[in-house]
Ligand binder design. Structure first.
Ligand SMILES: [Zn+2]
Length: 131
C-alpha cells in the first residue's frame, strides 16, 4: 500500500507500510499512533494536468493528480483538510477524525461552483480507485 508521510523536518515523501525513516534527514518516523486519510481526487475536465495541493492542519502534504488517490499517514485525532488548485484557494476544509477503532478515513475532492472552489466530501472505501 502506497502511503505518504510528512517528517517533522518538513519532508513530504511517498513510501509504504514498511517505511521507517525519512529519506531527507534519516529520522525514525513516529507512526505508532497513526492512522491515515485517503484522499481521492475525482476525475474532472478542469485543470487535468495540474496537481491539487493537499494541506492537513495547514501543513503541505504534496500534490494529487487528476483521478489520483493518496493515503496520507496522520496521527490519531481530528485533522483539517484543505486543498488548492492553481488559483483556487476556496475549500470547505472538512474536519476528519481517525481513531484506533477507525484508523483510515476516506474523502473525495472535486471542483464546485464552476471551478471556483473545491469541495471535499466524506467517502467510502468503495469510492476509492484501485491503488
Ligand atoms: Zn526528515
Amino acid at each position: 500500500m502506497k502511503c505518504r508521510f510528512r517528517c517533522n523536518c518538513g519532508k513530504v515523501f511517498d513510501g509504504n507500510e514498511n517505511t521507517q525513516t525519512c529519506p531527507a534527514c534519516g529520522s525514525m518516523l513516529d507512526t505508532g499512533n497513526c492512522g491515515a486519510i485517503q484522499v481521492y481526487r475525482q476525475g474532472n475536465f478542469m485543470g487535468m494536468a495540474v496537481g491539487m495541493g493537499i494541506y492537513i492542519d495547514d501543513q503541505p502534504y504534496g500534490h494529487i493528480a487528476n483521478k489520483g488517490s493518496v493515503r496520507v499517514v496522520v496521527p490519531y485525532g481530528t485533522h483539517k483538510i484543505h486543498m488548492t488548485h492553481t488559483s483556487t484557494r476556496t475549500c470547505n476544509d472538512p474536519l476528519i477524525t481517525v481513531t484506533p477503532q477507525a484508523p483510515v478515513a476516506f474523502v473525495k475532492a472535486h471542483f464546485a461552483d464552476m471551478g471556483f472552489s473545491i469541495k471535499i466530501d466524506p467517502a467510502n472505501p468503495s469510492d476509492m480507485p484501485p491503488m
